[in-house]
Design a protein around this ligand. Structure first.
Ligand SMILES: C[S@@+](CC[C@H](N)C(=O)[O-])C[C@H]1O[C@@H](n2cnc3c(N)ncnc32)[C@H](O)[C@@H]1O
Length: 650
């Protein structure tokens, strides 16, 4: 056997190295971001910043904004896998992030389940992880520590590149991973950049008699460079003990003080502590007043209570961390205006604290529910600055298509790629391919099937053409599968039972039409292999737009139906008394421009306020005219549905 030359200490695990002895490369994928929602900003402000409206389904984030709020910076909440998200942020943010905190999932399985509350009573039900979240969990722990270490190493390498020269990173872990992560972080950031291992100690039920009860987590603190990193000890002083305060017996206009002898050689009270006040009167030159500072410098073990059932902060996220913990980290290792990021943001604790402390922030999470909870949590902060919600949307899908079926940009393989994509989708849907047709791709039982492209919304024209082809072939049923939908196609009233404009058209052509959503899980190999992919009929809600006064409109929600009721666990279904119990949040964009959803009015349930208004506040337009109103409804599982309504105000 060849002798391996070992030149340094490092953590090695199966799969860390390629067979030829080289280190595994980290995929660095750069994809454009889509802005899917802007929160807390008026359209006028936004248009002024943007300089005109883009007529696309989504705004592509161009990153032209400045680095301060005054220069137009907007905080960012990104929905997606942080590996792709961080890779895509590198172009604009390499060396720009001042502080990163991460709290990656441990091997507990609790990371993705959450508690949701229903209706006015706020009865709690626990929602288990979704297929995609479960998949991330399974991937991470597929083969125990090696796959976890692969996952985390690739993220740490990207995180390092994002850190600014005076930046630092805090990696939160527990007893399971602390040892291995310490070695891995030493390797990625350099042992000379290790600053502290903080023990976050908490009181919780004591339940082990077998060993010492495990009542602390470890937070590893590394700086990007060995020196010159931001650290503000005075911002995180800890309160003095009572005994210390008692020693400062006297008070003057500057505060509490004690009397000390100066270190003058030959003085009878040289360097003495707590000398009698007479000395100050008789020999002021030998005495000085030592004032009580605001606190003592902080140590590396912190006693902070966990979020418990009764805590006001609690947002129903199993792994939620206390704000006090994050506040300490942010105050010490960043300054107002600095950029702070959390790429496993969960319920958004880091972002909420960053918002309150005037830091700029970027947050990312894979879970739909995490994004929803975070958005609500931020909205609840007084004077929360505008922020945007982004994802990699169709670019992620294009990337997936390229990796899975071949590069569409290469013309030679484009046709084959498309063919394979369609064949794959049909197989997933349980349909057979059909040949020789222009707009119909397959057949499932009696129904013909049309599949939408990965990189464009299904259009009204496209559905019409597929319907015409069905009519010509005397086919009576059409199923259209789409990733996204042209506005006006899927709403309003896309419900088959009630009949939408599209369904009416289909009926006239003698065809029964079903519109089905292609779920994100299609891109997840394990979900596909496990047969976990379900195609849902589009969720449906009904809203009434009224005009109570001149130039004024108001939206009323009148019905909501989840077409996939069979997917809701029985214990949840039995607690739902009325249609509005399904709704957790709804928002209105009064002047939708077919690009980003701009939240103009919003209502949502909180733990304290369970009642949800079903009628919006009135909105008055400056000018009469035709407007498109977009209404977005988010259900108690974090799924959203939007519908557009065209109105004319006089
Ligand atoms: C331990 S929780 C974070 C909790 C958070 N510190 C808080 O206070 O709420 C870990 C989070 O990482 C997210 N996550 C796991 N893998 C991810 C990935 N590959 N990309 C983005 N987020 C991921 C999970 O959805 C989960 O919300």
């Amino acid at each position: 056997m060849a002798k391996i030359e070992i030149t340094k200490t490092e953590l090695v695990w199966p799969g860390k190295y390629n067979e030829d002895g080289t280190l595994k490369e980290v995929p660095r994928v750069s994809l454009p971001f889509q802005v899917i929602e802007t929160v807390n900003e008026s359209r006028a402000t936004r248009e002024a910043k943007k300089g005109g409206v883009q007529q696309t389904l989504f705004d592509v984030w161009e990153g032209k904004e400045g680095d301060t709020f005054e220069e137009g910076w907007r905080n960012k909440l990104v929905w997606g896998d942080n590996l792709l998200v961080m890779g895509s942020l590198l172009e604009k943010f390499a060396g720009k992030i001042d502080l990163i905190y991460i709290d990656p999932p441990f091997a507990t399985g609790a990371d993705f389940s959450f508690t949701t509350e229903i209706g006015e009573s706020g009865e709690e039900v626990t929602k288990e992880q979704s297929v995609i979240e479960e998949k991330a969990y399974r991937d991470t722990w597929a083969s125990g520590y090696p796959s976890y270490l692969d996952m985390i190493r690739s993220r740490l390498l990207l995180l390092r590149d994002l850190l600014s020269a005076r930046g630092s990173i805090y990696v939160h872990c527990d007893w399971r991973m602390a040892g291995m992560l310490r070695l891995l972080c030493d390797e990625v950031f350099g042992a000379e950049c290790f600053q502290n291992e903080i023990a976050w100690c908490y009181r919780e039920a004591i339940n082990s008699t077998k060993r010492w009860n495990r009542k602390h987590d470890s937070i590893l603190f590394y700086s990007r460079e060995p020196d010159g990193f931001c650290f503000n000890p005075d911002a995180v002083l800890q309160p003095h003990s009572e005994a210390t305060v008692k020693k400062y017996k006297y008070t003057d206009e500057k505060g509490r003080y004690r009397l000390m002898g100066r270190g003058i050689v030959g003085s009878p009270i040289q360097s003495a502590r707590d000398v009698a006040p007479e000395w100050e009167r008789t020999h002021p030159e030998l005495v000085y007043r030592q004032y009580l500072r605001a606190g003592t410098y902080a140590v590396d073990y912190w006693m902070i209570d966990v979020i418990n059932q009764a805590s006001n902060e609690r947002v129903g996220y199993a792994t939620q961390k206390p704000e006090e913990l994050l506040a300490r980290i942010l105050k010490a290792s960043s300054n107002p205006g600095d950029l702070v990021a959390d790429f496993f943001c969960g319920s958004g604790t880091t972002l909420a604290v960053a918002e309150k402390l005037g830091r700029r922030w970027i947050g990312c999470d894979l879970g739909r529910w995490a994004i929803h909870v975070t958005r609500k949590r931020l909205l609840g902060i007084e004077n929360c600055k505008p922020f945007e919600v982004l994802n990699l949307g169709r670019y992620e899908r294009q990337y997936w298509q390229g990796v899975t079926f071949g590069d569409k940009k290469n013309r030679a393989v484009a046709e084959q790629t498309l063919y394979e994509y369609l064949a794959f989708m049909l197989r997933l849907y349980g349909a057979q391919p059909v040949a020789g047709m222009a707009h119909l791709h397959g057949k499932k039982g009696k129904a013909m099937v049309h599949i939408g492209a990965v990189d464009a919304p299904v259009t009204i024209d496209e559905v019409n053409q597929a319907l015409d082809e069905c009519a010509k072939l005397k086919q009576t049923e059409l199923h259209v599968l789409g990733w996204e939908w042209e506005m006006g196609l899927a709403g309003p009233n896309n419900d088959v039972r009630k009949g939408s404009p599209m369904h009416e058209i289909a009926k006239h052509k003698g065809v029964k039409l079903l519109l089905l959503q292609i779920p994100r899980e299609v891109m997840e190999q394990q979900a596909v292999e496990k047969g976990d992919v379900r195609f849902f009929e589009l969720a449906y809600f009904e809203a009434k737009i009224t005009q109570p006064k001149q130039r004024t409109v108001q939206v009323e929600l009148v019905d909501f139906a989840t077409p996939n009721a069979d997917l809701i666990p029985e214990d949840v279904r039995s607690k739902i008394k009325k249609w509005s119990d399904y709704i957790d949040y709804w928002a209105v964009d009064w002047d939708f421009q077919n690009d980003t959803f701009m939240q103009g009015w919003v209502a949502y349930r909180t733990r304290k306020e369970r009642k949800l208004p079903l009628v919006s506040d009135p909105h008055t337009y400056e000018k009469p005219g035709k407007y498109r109103i977009l209404v977005k409804v988010i259900d108690i599982f974090g799924n959203d549905t939007s519908q557009a309504f065209d109105v004319e105000v006089k």
